[in-house]
Every structure is written in C-alpha cells, then in structure tokens.
Design a protein around this ligand. Structure first.
Ligand code: 6GU
Length: 224
C-alpha cells in the first residue's frame, strides 16, 4: 500500500512511523509512506498556505492552491482509491472503515488545521472525511497517524501470528477478554484457575464468556 500524507507539520508525523510495527511494515515493503509539506507547494513569496475567511470571522482557512497542486501532481503519477480529509466533522473512525481501507492500493490523507480547508478542496478532491473521535485536536496529524496505524496493521504480512489482527477487540464486535502472564500469584492476587488447567475447550469457553461480559458492561452499543 502507498500512503501520501499532506501536512503543514511534517516533523510531527516522523515519530509514529519510525518504530515497531509501522517501521517494519515499511522495511518489509508492505507500506510506502510519503509525507509532503504543503508549504513546499505554496507559490506565495512567504510560503503562505492560509488566509482570512471570506465573510469575516476569527481563524484562518487553508488555501486551495497549494493543496490542489500536490493532489494533482500525485494523481498524475498514479490512481488513488481514496483521498481522505482528517477533520472533526468527518465520519467517526470504526474498525469496519479500517478494514475497508486496508484493501486500498494508494491513498492520500490531508491533515486539516486552523478553521479547516477551503470548502472547494472538500467538494472537488476529497472522497472521504474521517474523524477519530468526538473531541477537537489542534490538527489532523495525530488523527492521520491513528488512521494509518489502524489500517496498515491489517495488511496481510504486517503482523505475525502472535500479534494477529484476527483476535483483536472489535473485529468480532466484542472486546478482548482479560489476559495474564507469570507469576501465577502476586501478593496473593491469583490468575484464574481455568487458565492454568490446560483444558483448552474450557479455556476458550471462559474467554468467550469474559469477552461477552466485558462488552455488555463497557460497550453495550457493540452488541446492538
Ligand atoms: Cl481527524 N482532526 C482534528 N483537528 N480534530 C479531530 C479529529 C481530526 N478527529 C477528532 N477530532
């Protein structure tokens, strides 16, 4: 998969992709990630990428020209399955969206800032708008990092058996059951007996029961 991220804060996006699974996805060739600085596409002599909003009001708006210039350059190089705008008024990110996006070959992710981008960018270039939750972030970069991580880990070969995405919370609309490791007793706090029994059908039944109970208590909406 190839992902092009368009941002005014490219440094902010270095960290999340230079460690662990996201780093390995790139070195193993599952992910080709390009981070583009929108400012590099400004034709203004001060590299301006925003301006006052028409009609008045506080807050700057990201201009269409530099964003259109990068998107059109990229679209001339390859076909994109999705051009996503990260914004608090987008569709709430859910596992089902991550699953769909994991089938994409190429995608562009635009990170919003200030009061947002000129509406004409959304009308003419954007194919999908995503929010990562009902709260406001200073910019779309952290949202883009969340989106990329949640999608890339689903690409076949990115995770190994031990970290397989098939048993994730949400994949079966259930939260994960509790897990334990050694020691079997710590300060008198014991690991549930069944997990030490070696009786695998019984362990599996216990895990299913716990997953269901946990979902019922914490996220009943997932069971609807
Ligand atoms: Cl994607 N961007 C911003 N700025 N705020 C958000 C968000 C995105 N998702 C939730 N809040």
């Amino acid at each position: 998969m190839r992902i092009d991220i368009l941002t005014i804060l490219p440094d902010l996006l270095q960290g999340p992709f230079s460690d662990s699974i996201m780093k390995r996805a790139q070195t193993k060739g599952h992910l080709e990630l390009e981070i583009h600085n929108i400012r590099d596409y400004s034709t203004d002599k001060h590299n301006k990428i925003d301006d006052y909003q028409y009609g008045g009001g506080a807050g700057m708006v990201m201009s269409i020209e530099p964003i259109a210039a990068i998107i059109e350059k990229l679209k001339a190089e390859r076909d994109y399955d999705e051009i996503i705008y990260m914004t608090p008024d987008g569709e709430l990110l859910e596992q089902a969206i991550c699953n769909d996006l994991s089938l994409c070959k190429n995608m562009i992710i635009l990170c919003g800032h200030y009061k947002g981008v000129d509406e004409r960018v959304r009308e003419h270039y954007i194919t999908k708008e995503v929010s990562i939750g009902s709260y406001v972030l200073s910019g779309g970069e952290l949202g883009a990092a969340v989106l990329v991580d949640s999608v890339v880990r689903l690409i076949p070969g990115v995770l190994n058996d031990e970290t397989s995405a098939l048993t994730d919370s949400f994949q079966d609309r259930l939260l994960s059951p509790p897990v334990y490791t050694r020691p079997s007793e710590y300060r008198g706090w014991k690991v549930p007996e069944v997990l030490l029994s070696g009786d695998f059908p019984k362990i599996e039944a216990w895990r299913e029961k716990k997953a269901f109970e946990r979902t019922q208590v914490r996220r009943p909406d997932l069971l609807d």
